[in-house]
Design a protein around this ligand. Structure first.
Ligand code: ZN
Length: 120
């Protein structure tokens, strides 16, 4: 299992705890891949996801936190969403380099890197 390399993520100066949750714990429903508790600063990710899906879901929940802290709502304009998401996401990328490296490394990239490494 390719777990997140950090137990915490700084999202716009809010320290969130990342918990990889067992599907057997009963905390999450069967159809839930992840969850973002903005009031408790907790991100839950289910433990039985393939590696790329786990990264995708982690980013998805981080985006929910950014939208919450940027006070974006369903009725916000496209320009507001784009502008605030860009600013919020950039702060997460700048402040969490290890976690972001993990999120943006795909299984495909890993295989290519390993293949290149053996060829040199
Ligand atoms: Zn969602």
């Amino acid at each position: 299992m390719d777990l997140p390399p950090a137990k915490h993520v700084d999202i716009m100066a809010h320290r969130y705890t990342i918990k990889v949750e067992s599907t057997r714990s009963g905390v999450m429903s069967d159809d839930e891949l992840g969850r973002c508790h903005t009031t408790e600063n907790v991100i839950l990710i289910r433990d039985d996801l393939p590696p790329d899906a786990m990264k995708d879901v982690t980013l998805h929940e981080i985006m929910h936190a950014i939208h919450f802290h940027m006070e974006l709502a369903d009725e916000s304009s496209e320009e507001s969403f784009t502008s605030r998401t860009a600013t919020g996401l950039r702060t997460v990328l700048v402040n969490n380099p290890m976690l972001c490296k993990w999120i943006f490394e795909s299984e495909t990239t890993k295989k290519t890197s390993k293949k290149n490494a053996t060829n040199t």
